[in-house]
Design a protein around this ligand. Structure first.
Ligand code: SAM
Ligand code: SF4
Length: 533
């Protein structure tokens, strides 16, 4: 292709020359993409990596769907509603595609993995179907489609040689970032499609994880969340983490439903290693842990490592032992309470949030009352509540979905009422206290907001007589909590504890909160549902 506006050399014969590319109207803008994300943190993180590979392959981010040459829908199949969302989204894009011939639609994520070729047949406007383990191949598949090769379906698990796409500086600059430590899931919770769509557990070598954390911090990241479906089942495939210092006797290893040998993991050792080898990192979180792997060594890590946030999201799913057994969760409600009590005793002030499914097959009023009782007892300050949804390829598919939709909705509302009350009591108890807030960016009012190490959202007030402080995203500030709202706090900054690290050129502090992924962070907010579910 010639340069834009290049003319024909004087004296050139029209007849002798092949038609020049310049004869076709075109611009030299890079092809533009949009990535639309549904689902959990794992999908948010996958979307960030997709953006990274597309930017690396010469694509630009589109300002809106209507100007995109490529639209990637990163899907979730955890509940049926999430799948329906894909169908309506593709329906909406059909019209756009008719108006923009050449536009490519790619479907990625769990629905892509689950449906593969069937998805293409059901939705012929889809050009690329891409599994979660095939993200790196996205540009190649798009090129094949664009060159007229026809639709492409790529949904192959990398079981033999698991690959974890590394972070590349420049593609994203965030205050807070995710780092995948494992993929897949070896649990077989009877309701859950994840083992089918994400495959068996594969762990990332610890050196790679630490290297990624170091590079993120060098790029300006202050807080890292380690990601995995059962993140605390982590084992280092390179074997370089093993160390007796972080493996304590586990009194719960023999308890009912636990697998003694599987209960102890190298996750606490990984936390220690990150804490020691990633200078500049201010906060470390992880999600989602499985209660079965909340071991004395992990509790000890919380006691020993100031870097670890004082909040843990620990899915319980139900408070009824009968339901937990049918869910194949492999712990009892008493065991959950005992372990989380031990965690809180080790770290007073630590808060817990959770995931709960209501209306699992056969859940009686007494079962649900046990869930409410456990919720009260633990005092969760946030919860993601889900109405049970039958999923293909799951053991519970064979159980009758016998709780009506209305009853599921009513139970969900009752659950949220209990969690909301606990959260409001908790937030009110903080008024008058001081907290350290990591500034994330601008809130909807245009003021700065951030989070405490316990994950409470704090909007920053300004007082006329307060000393002017250099506040920007990425800075840690001491804040006096002046007011509690329903879901957040209002606080007055009193001093900058640590200024923001230098940001990548062109990224202003206020931009930082609105960078890709930042606004999509999935953090527990009572009553909220994970993205798009
Ligand atoms: N691996 C994490 C764990 O075990 O907690 C989370 C997996 S899943 C992406 C997030 C949540 O979706 C689960 O904790 C569960 O509460 C909910 N979920 C999974 N399958 C479901 C189903 N069939 N119906 C309703 N909710 C479901
Ligand atoms: Fe699903 Fe259970 Fe694995 Fe979580 S632990 S991903 S709920 S099978």
């Amino acid at each position: 292709m010639g340069a834009p506006g290049a003319g024909r050399p004087a004296g050139d014969s029209l007849l002798a020359s092949p038609p020049e590319p310049e004869a076709r109207p075109h611009t030299f803008a890079m092809p533009r993409y949009s990535v639309v994300t549904f689902g959990c943190q794992m999908n948010v993180h996958d979307s960030q990596r997709m953006e990274q590979v597309l930017l690396g392959a010469g694509y630009d981010r589109a300002d809106e769907l209507g100007t995109s040459d490529v639209i990637v829908l990163n899907t979730c199949s955890i509940r049926e509603k999430a799948e329906q969302k894909l169908r309506s989204e593709v329906g909406r894009l059909r019209q756009l595609k008719a108006e923009r011939p050449g536009m490519v639609i790619a479907v990625a994520g769990c629905v892509a993995q689950q449906e593969g070729e069937r998805l293409r047949q059901a939705m012929p406007e889809v050009d690329v179907v891409l599994g979660p383990d095939n993200i790196a191949e996205l540009p190649e598949l798009l090129a094949e489609v664009e060159l007229g090769g026809g639709p492409r379906v790529r949904t192959v698990f990398d079981l033999d040689r698991p690959a974890f796409l590394p972070f590349r500086p420049g593609a994203e600059t965030l205050v807070s970032a995710f780092v995948t430590v494992m993929k897949g899931c070896n649990e077989r919770c009877s309701y859950c499609i994840v083992p089918h769509t994400r495959g068996a557990e594969r762990y990332r070598p610890s050196a790679e994880i630490i290297d990624e954390c170091q590079r993120l911090v060098q790029s300006g990241v202050v807080e890292i969340t380690l990601l995995g479906q059962t993140v605390n089942s982590y084992l280092d495939p390179s074997g370089s983490l093993a160390g007796p210092a972080t493996s304590l006797p586990n009194p719960w290893a023999r308890s009912r439903g636990s697998l003694a040998h599987a209960d102890e993991t190298e996750f606490p050792a990984l936390l220690h290693a990150i804490s020691e080898r990633v200078p500049g990192l201010e906060r470390l979180r992880y999600t989602s842990p499985h209660p079965r792997h909340l071991t004395p060594s992990l509790i000890q890590a919380h006691r020993d490592l100031p870097l670890l946030a004082r909040h843990v999201h620990m899915p319980v799913q139900s408070g009824s032992d009968a339901v937990l057994r049918r869910m194949l969760r492999r712990y009892s409600s008493a065991e959950y309470v005992e372990r989380t009590d031990a965690l809180r005793a080790a770290l007073p002030g630590l808060t817990l949030s959770t995931d709960i499914i209501v209306g699992f097959p056969g859940e009686t009023e007494a079962d649900f009352a046990a869930t409410l009782a456990l919720t009260e007892r633990v005092g969760f300050v946030a919860a993601f509540g889900f109405k049970y949804s039958v999923r293909p390829f799951t053991p519970a598919e064979r159980l009758p979905d016998d709780i009506s939709e209305d009853e599921k909705s009513a139970r969900l509302a009752r659950l949220f009422a209990v969690v909301d009350a606990a959260k409001e009591r908790h937030l009110a108890s903080l008024v008058g206290a001081t907290a350290t807030v990591l500034i994330e960016g601008l809130d909807k009012r245009g003021g700065l907001f951030g989070r405490t190490e316990r994950n409470e959202i704090v909007h920053l007030a300004s007082a006329a007589d307060a000393a002017p402080l250099a506040l920007e995203a990425g800075a840690l500030v001491r804040v006096r909590i002046d007011r509690a709202y329903k879901n957040s706090l209002l606080g007055l900054p009193t001093e900058v504890q640590k200024p923001a690290p230098p940001r990548a050129p062109g990224v202003s502090p206020t931009d930082a909160g609105a960078l890709p992924g930042a606004e999509k962070r999935l953090l527990p907010v009572v009553g909220a549902q994970p993205l798009g579910l």
